[in-house]
Design a protein around this ligand. Structure first.
Ligand SMILES: Cc1cc2nc3c(=O)[nH]c(=O)nc-3n(C[C@H](O)[C@H](O)[C@H](O)COP(=O)(O)OP(=O)(O)OC[C@H]3O[C@@H](n4cnc5c(N)ncnc54)[C@H](O)[C@@H]3O)c2cc1C
Length: 297
């Protein structure tokens, strides 16, 4: 059973994030989310499952329309989320990194993991490749590895990792795909169309892409029988907290912050989470709904 207060907090964060993402994508010169067709579908195996899902979502304040079987949903019962938007997370991340570096920020990749510690006065310290880094504040945003990163300073943050898969294909010329993303409720996976390619992504804790591909072959056999050449395949770990929401806030250690545990919504919530984190650090804003009880001051 979802905690309504948690749901409300995540919903508000998602709305805040969407506004920021739409604005920033425009500023970054990227094809804005606004120029992509709005909304996305979620398909279900039965009408009853779709009805139950809709009732639960409405109770959580999430706007959704009940749709019957149609070609956009591969003739399955569905819900339509008119407010949803989609975009290219990789393009956004890369463009953002260029701006940060252009403004003097330093991004270091491919280095060994920074080590957190505390000096004799209990002040947080960070060392990268044996060298201390001077920092007024330290934000740990290490996704699934957050718990491990915080262990050396004695903090126990319950974030586990759940693997998901993504496979990209060229769009077929002879079969039309839906223009909005379609999510499959049964496997927590999705079809996302882009300009000349599409992505199948998701599943929950699978060892391979097998279930993802077999499920979408079942849903859209016409497409999958033609699309035999894979453009790209990858898997990643979703950082999932026991509470089902991210931890964003201070820890028991002064000037050490956490921003992690976004589960299957890290891209959806990224801009809002960063904005909230900055407000907490710079303006002293308190938002207890995202606090972790063992890590808060
Ligand atoms: C297949 C798949 C599809 C997905 N689709 C969507 C989607 O459509 N929409 C959506 O909103 N979300 C989606 N997600 C979820 C989203 O990817 C995650 O929620 C998001 O990546 C979490 O972001 P993060 O920055 O917290 O963690 P990560 O993206 O895991 O990044 C953590 C970073 O920290 C680094 N790191 C680890 N340990 C240390 C350390 N000790 N010191 C320094 N750095 C460290 C890692 O190398 C990594 O770069 C999907 C996930 C998967 C797997």
């Amino acid at each position: 059973m979802n905690d309504p207060e948690v749901d409300a907090a995540v919903h508000e964060l998602a709305i805040r994030s969407r506004g920021l993402l739409i604005g920033r994508m425009g500023d970054l010169g990227l094809k804005s989310m606004r120029s992509r067709p709005a909304g996305c579908f979620q398909i279900f195996e039965t009408e009853d499952l779709a009805d139950h899902a809709q009732s639960r979502l409405i109770a959580r304040g999430i706007m959704t329309e009940r749709r019957g079987p149609e070609s956009n949903t591969f003739n399955r019962p569905s819900l339509f989320f008119p407010e949803d938007r989609s975009g290219d997370a990789l393009a956004y991340g890369q463009a953002l990194a260029r701006v940060i570096e252009g403004q003097g920020g330093v991004i270091r990749t491919g280095v060994s993991r920074p080590i957190l510690g505390r000096d004799v006065d209990g002040v947080i310290t960070v060392a990268v490749e044996g060298r201390p880094i001077e920092a007024d504040h330290v934000v740990v945003a290490c996704g699934s590895q957050t718990a491990e990163a915080l262990k050396p300073v004695g903090l126990d943050v319950p974030i586990q990792s759940i693997r998901g898969w993504a496979v990209d294909f060229d769009k077929p010329e002879s079969v039309k795909l839906p223009i909005q993303p379609v999510m499959d409720a049964a496997t927590r996976s999705a079809l996302t169309p882009f300009e000349d390619w599409f992505r199948l992504s998701g599943t929950w804790g699978e060892e391979s892409e097998g279930l993802l591909l077999s499920r979408w072959s079942e849903i859209m056999p016409d497409v999958m029988s033609i699309c035999t050449e894979v453009r790209q395949i990858w898997s990643g770990e979703r950082p999932v907290s026991a509470e089902g929401r991210p931890f964003i806030g201070p820890t028991q250690i002064p000037n050490l912050w956490i921003n992690a545990g976004h589960g299957h919504m890290g891209w959806t919530l990224c801009a809002g989470s960063g904005d909230l984190m900055a407000e907490m650090i710079l303006e002293g804003r308190v938002e207890t709904r995202f606090a972790h009880q063992n890590s808060a001051h």
